[in-house]
Structures are given as structure tokens and as C-alpha cells.
Design a protein around this ligand. Structure first.
Ligand code: FMN
Length: 318
């Protein structure tokens, strides 16, 4: 299976809907960006519930809600509410590397403290209505932290464990540590999903060759760099540069339409458009200089105009 990785600010419902509309066969499901139980406050998490309202998600990639937090009572409460509205699985984020989160033993900040992980699972699992899956890194400070966590995870019924083989300290830089990941695999009794740095079909093939026992792969940035990547991986997509560009352009225009139809101020629309552009421009045959003209635009109207000019020029070339 191919799974869309959660990316806060990028893979929310709007993106998932547009993507599903353009490429309905590309992805099997998505994990939502995290609902955060900041300060153990359920109301905070509920504010973002719009992202996973089942009715709104009907014409979209099937989604599994993700929770970030370490308060067993609130976690159970939120997870069970999600079950009551229709979700049979929730995902626990113990991989987030942001310092303000890790400082409070949240996200990957909990990985150096296996006893805390055991204590939370102990209190949550017996009362949980949905199944629980986990998304994690190898550790916060060291990739070896995971070895103390594996026996704990093995003691509980989990749907699966997604591993992004970096440490929290690495954030998103440096290399993925495939050697440590390879040592983890035979020890963990749950199905494992691989996540990290799949940017081309060749990256995917190399991973499949090295880890033939893994059948599920989660992709994040690679899909924004090249929206057709899942189709290329599935081999359901014959190489056809002209057709690819038409599909990519159609997707970009659909995403711009969706951003434009929002009720927020133009300034926010411009910010969001530029955020996506920074990533998605990589799917287009343009220079850094051309791409930068969009980022230099001063208002929403000229941001859109710059993108349209670039897309028109590309299409005329073919
Ligand atoms: C901007 C951004 C936001 C992210 N938000 C989340 C999140 O909400 N939950 C989560 O588990 N991971 C989050 N991640 C991590 C990704 O899900 C994924 O693990 C990471 O990007 C590595 O996969 P990739 O190389 O395929 O992108 C985020 C990553 C980025 C770059």
C-alpha cells in the first residue's frame, strides 16, 4: 500500500480532496496531520476536527486521524470520540521533532523515556475503542533509543508501526539510517510501514529490494515534489513527459482554485500558495530564477499571475 504522510499545513483536507480528485487511484489512505492535545486540552484538538469530519472526507483519500499528546485520559477521550464518529483506527504521533513539542516529552521527545510510553499505553489501550497505530522515529537523540521501546510495543495490540528512520534531532536532514532500521525489523512483532525520503520510483524500488518483507510505504515530501510519484511507483503510469506535465499542471491549477475559494484573507491565500509553490515547483521544468519570481510577488493577484505565466510558457514549449 502507498500511504500519504501527515504534513501539518500541507496535507489537510483541501489538499487531500484535490489530490484524490486528480489522482483517484494513486494512494490507499492518508494519516491526518496531528490533532494536538496541547496542555492536555481536548478543546484544542477538537478545534482542528474539521479536517477529519467523516462527511467532508467522503470525496477524498480515506484518512486515519493522528493524535499528538501524552495525557492518557484526554487521549482516550479524543480517540473514542473519533471512533464514535466512524474511525476504527487512530494514529499516535511519537515522531514529531519540533523542539517546543519534544521539550515536553511529546512527539519524538518521549522516545528517550520508554517507561512513559509503557505507562501511557497501559492506561490507554484497555479503554480504547479504535485500534491504535503508531508513527515514530528511531529516537530523539540516538537511533538506538528504539531498542528499549520495541519490547514495550510488542506487549500491546497495535495495528501497525510506521518508522521514519531518523532521530528527532536530525529533523528532516542528514541520511535515513537504514542499517538501524534493518536491525529493528526482525524484533518488532507488528506490521511495519516504512517512511522517509522516497522521492523517485528508484528510491522505492531500492527499499523494496532491501526490505521485501515490507509492503506498505508512506510518502510525504515526494508527493509534493512530484504529484505523479505514486502512479509512477505503481507502474500504472507510462513515461510521457507531455502528458505528465498536463496532469501536473491540472493538479496545480486545481490546488490554486481550492486555495482561492477559501474564506480567508488574500494575504493568507498568498502565503499558502507560496508554501505549496516552494515544493511543487520541483515537478516543473523551470529554473530557480523562474520559480523565484513567484516568491517575490508582493500580493496574491501577482503571485497567481506569475504562476500562470510560468505554466503557460511550459505548455507552449510542448
Ligand atoms: C511540513 C511538515 C509537516 C509535518 N507534519 C507532520 C504531522 O503532523 N504528523 C507526523 O506524524 N509527521 C509530520 N511530518 C513528518 C512526515 O509525516 C514524514 O514523516 C517526513 O516528512 C518524512 O517523510 P518524507 O521523506 O516522505 O517526507 C511533517 C513533515 C513536514 C515536512
Amino acid at each position: 500500500m502507498l500511504i500519504l504522510a501527515p504534513m501539518q499545513g500541507l496535507t489537510e483536507l483541501m489538499f487531500r480532496k484535490v489530490y484524490h480528485n486528480c489522482f483517484p487511484e494513486a494512494l490507499d489512505y492518508a494519516i491526518s496531520p496531528f490533532l494536538s492535545l496541547t496542555h492536555g486540552n481536548l478543546a484544542d484538538a477538537w478545534k482542528k476536527i474539521d479536517d477529519v469530519i467523516p462527511e467532508d472526507n467522503r470525496d477524498s483519500i480515506p484518512v486515519i486521524p493522528q493524535i499528538l499528546g501524552k495525557e492518557p485520559l484526554e487521549f482516550t477521550d479524543l480517540a473514542n470520540r473519533l471512533y464514535d464518529v466512524g474511525y476504527t483506527e487512530v494514529n499516535w504521533n511519537i515522531g514529531c521533532p519540533m523542539r517546543r513539542i519534544t521539550a515536553k516529552h511529546r512527539g519524538s521527545g518521549i522516545l528517550p523515556y520508554p517507561d512513559e510510553i509503557r505507562s501511557i499505553l497501559n492506561q490507554v489501550i484497555p479503554h480504547l475503542k479504535p485500534r491504535l497505530s503508531i508513527k515514530m522515529r528511531l529516537g530523539l537523540n540516538s537511533p538506538h533509543e528504539i531498542f528499549a521501546i520495541i519490547p514495550i510495543l510488542n506487549d500491546y495490540p497495535l495495528a501497525n508501526v510506521t518508522i521514519h528512520p531518523r532521530t528527532g534531532r536530525q529533523q528532516y536532514g542528514g541520511q535515513v539510517d537504514l542499517d538501524t532500521f534493518a536491525q529493528v525489523l526482525p524484533l518488532l512483532h507488528h506490521p511495519v510501514i516504512y517512511n522517509g525520503d522516497i522521492l523517485t520510483p528508484a528510491d522505492y524500488r531500492q527499499l523494496r529490494n532491501r526490505f521485501p518483507q515490507i509492503s506498505d510505504y508512506m510518502i510525504g515530501r515526494g508527493i509534493l515534489y512530484d504529484p505523479l510519484l505514486p502512479l509512477r511507483i505503481r507502474n500504472s503510469h507510462a513515461d510521457n513527459p507531455e502528458g505528465d506535465l498536463t496532469q501536473t499542471t491540472h493538479f496545480i491549477l486545481s490546488l490554486l482554485d481550492a486555495i482561492g475559494s477559501g474564506t480567508v484573507r488574500d494575504e493568507s491565500k498568498m502565503r499558502k500558495t507560496k508554501e505549496y509553490w516552494c515544493l511543487i515547483r520541483r515537478s516543473l521544468p523551470i529554473t530557480e530564477q523562474q520559480a523565484a519570481t513567484v516568491l517575490h510577488a508582493q500580493d496574491y493577484g501577482s503571485t497567481l499571475a506569475q504562476i500562470h505565466t510560468i505554466l503557460d510558457k511550459i505548455q507552449k514549449k510542448y
